[in-house]
Design a protein around this ligand. Structure first.
Ligand code: H79
Length: 465
């Protein structure tokens, strides 16, 4: 069996090359010509199983933290340069104040790991252009321009590897600081324009920086953003995608490297001709998921990505845990953001929430990691994920948000015979009633976990759909 798979893989690889030669210039999948479906599955496997990651937005914007010249500046904190229309020469001065002496990458990774996340995505350069890593491409970076004087990403990447977390990094294509780009209007940088004749120079700059990041930190995902200015094209995205995958074949790259997204939604099925490996819905969980494509919802814990001192609008632990479940039940990943302070601390309200999420994940993580989307059309009592067990049975994970009045979960659309039902946390067996061809799970009188009690249901065979 194993040998046959390998042979198939080789054949596909050979056909892949032939196909590429025949179809050069024609439609290709994800800008990645010649990768077999099998190879793609192997490349995406860890990411598909991970289901939960932590986003980190950190940069100079954490210093003003949402206020400029004594006034609160509306909207997301990392946009303050654009929203307060701060001249480049003024904003640049923040670098001289950036000294995150409390930065402790081992502690950050431990916080993430204890929360149950499997990967971290941190900003290497946001729209403001400031680089959190040492780079020869510009002096506007943490090593050369700040009193701190040390690379911030390398030690985090090392810690991630030490603690068994995947290290990934964010990179903005739009750049309000780079001299090849200019402000889009009198009041705003966004969306930038490219200065006449200077696009190639900027593309070279990006390629140099991204190679530096790959060489220095070896990220497993590159998470692009700021792709929407008109001067950045799908062809540019595809060229960059091919360049990066050549440097690191196992790399996973999001859809914002090219033009394959609509508004804040993800990548839809017919967008497969665009470059990028997964869709990126922002601040929203698609109502019915994005069937047939890989996707990841990124979301803030309050109302900003970069630290804002007066944003106290924190989501509850219940909402956050249910968001992880909701996303998994639709077949996606959940990337939850923290915005550390300029001193290098993850805000305490975020740490508290991550700790509580971790408690739930420690008891119930089996119902999230490595699972697939729900097979059911409607689950009015909560959400469902599922997994194929090694023995060929299927395990359904019924996440109960609201206990039905009659205390029973009916599974009308399930033709498979239920062989066992139990509470995932603790293993208490539950009675299964079979009446009128319907199988019903009898719930305890009170649900042990108000956030989400997970009922594991093992059924014979695999499920269709
Ligand atoms: O990095 C985070 C955000 O900075 C970035 N993507 C996530 C991951 C992002 N870019 N654009 N948006 C989010 C959409 C939000 C746009 C807004 Fe605005 C910025 C709303 C208010 C400020 C631009 C300026 C649109 C309206 C005013």
């Amino acid at each position: 069996m194993k040998a046959r798979r390998i042979v198939t893989g080789v054949l596909l690889a050979v056909f892949g090359l032939t196909f590429t030669a025949l179809s050069a210039g024609a439609e290709c999948s994800n800008g990645d010509q010649g990768e077999s479906p099998l190879d793609r599955d192997a490349r995406m496997q860890w990411w598909r199983e991970a289901r939960f990651g932590m986003f980190i937005h950190w940069g100079l914007y954490a210093i003003p933290a949402g206020r400029w010249q004594g006034k609160p500046i509306p909207n997301i904190g990392e946009w303050i340069m654009d929203q307060a229309n701060i001249p480049v020469a003024e904003y640049e001065k923040l670098a001289a104040q950036f000294n995150p002496v409390h930065y402790n990458p081992a502690e950050w990774v431990a916080i993430a790991k204890n929360a149950g996340v499997k990967y971290i995505v941190i900003t290497s350069k946001h729209h403001d252009g400031f680089c959190l890593f040492g780079t020869k491409a510009t002096k506007y970076n943490v090593v050369d321009a700040t009193p701190y004087g040390k690379d911030l990403l390398k030690p985090l990447a090392e810690e991630c590897r030490k603690q068994g977390i995947r290290f990934c990094t964010y990179y903005s294509i739009m750049d309000w600081h780079h001299p090849a780009q200019e402000r889009g209007s009198d009041k705003h940088y966004n969306p930038t324009k490219i200065k006449p004749g200077r696009k190639a120079e900027y593309v070279d700059f990006m390629k140099q920086q991204l190679k530096e990041l790959l060489d220095g930190c070896n990220p497993d995902v590159l998470w692009f953003d700021g792709e929407w200015p008109d001067w950045w094209t799908e062809a540019d995205g595809r060229d960059l995608y091919v360049y990066l995958r050549k440097l690191k074949p196992s790399l996973i790259i999001n859809n914002r490297i090219g033009k394959g997204r609509k508004g804040m939604e993800g990548l839809s099925k017919d967008d497969r001709q665009y470059s990028g490996d997964f869709g990126t819905p922002e601040q929203q969980i698609p109502a019915t998921g994005l069937p047939g494509v890989d996707w990841e919802t990124c979301m803030t814990m309050n109302d900003t990505w970069g630290f804002k001192s007066d944003d106290h609008n924190w989501k509850s632990v219940e909402t956050l845990v249910r968001n992880i479940i909701d996303t998994a039940s639709k077949g996606g990943n959940y990337l939850l953001n923290v915005g550390p302070t300029a001193e290098g601390k993850i805000p305490e309200p975020s740490v508290e929430r991550l700790r509580a999420i971790g408690k739930w994940m420690a008891a119930n993580g089996e119902s999230i990691y490595g699972t697939q989307a729900s097979p059911f059309k409607a689950t009015p009592w909560g959400r469902c994920t599922r997994k194929t067990l090694p023995d060929g049975k299927t395990r359904l994970y019924l996440h109960v948000f609201e206990r039905p009045q009659n205390g029973e979960l009916s599974l009308p659309e399930l033709p498979n015979r239920v062989v066992a039902a139990f509470l995932l946390d603790g293993g208490t067996k539950l009675e299964v009633k079979s009446q009128d061809g319907q199988q019903r799970i009898v719930l305890p009188a009170t649900m042990p976990d108000k956030t989400a009690t997970v009922v594991a249901v093992d059924v014979a065979g695999t499920l269709g759909g």
